[in-house]
Design a binder for this molecule. Sequence first.
Ligand code: NI
Length: 183
Amino acid sequence: MASRRILTIDNAADLAVLKQVSAPVERVDDTLRALMDEMLETMYAAPGIGLAAVQVGEPVRVIVMDLGDREATPDTEEQAAAVRRPAYYVNPEIIWSSDETAPYEEGCLSVPEIYEEVDRPARVKLRYLNSQGEQVEEEADGLFAVCIQHEMDHLQGVLFIDHLSRLKRDRSIAKVKKAAKAA
Ligand code: NI
C-alpha cells in the first residue's frame, strides 16, 4: 500500500482540485477498495480522523474515517493496528439532519494547522455504500456527525473555512500560505 500526497490550499493547482465537485462512484470493486486503503494509510500517517478522496487528488464520492479508540496510546505498529476502526463511505447522502446545531473546533489536513469553530446540525441520518457495496443507513451524532458532514462538504468542493466569516477565512488562508512559504 502506498501513501498519497495530501492536497493543500496554499498550492493553486491543489486548490483547483479541492474545489471540484466529486463524481459518484459507479461500482465498489477492488480498484476502489485499493484507493480506500491508500487513503486510510495516508490518513493514519498524517495523522487525521477523516479523509475525502478529492484530498488525494481523486474527485470521486469516497470518504474514509476512523473514530476508533482515540484515548489509546499504542507503543507499537501492532497495537496501533489493533485499535483501528476504519470506516468507508461511498456515495454518502444525508437523508435527515436535526434542526439543533452544535459547534465544534474543526481542522482539515488540506488546511494545515488551522482550527476554527464551525456550527453544524448536531445529528444526521446517512445513507451510503460500505466497502462491500452494501447500502447502509445510519444515524450519526457527536464527533461522527461533525466528521462526516465535514468530509461530505469536500465532495461538494467546500472546505470548513468556507463556513467562517470572510475575515476569518482570509486570515486562515494567509496563515496557511505563510507557513507553507516558511517550510
Ligand atoms: Ni477536511
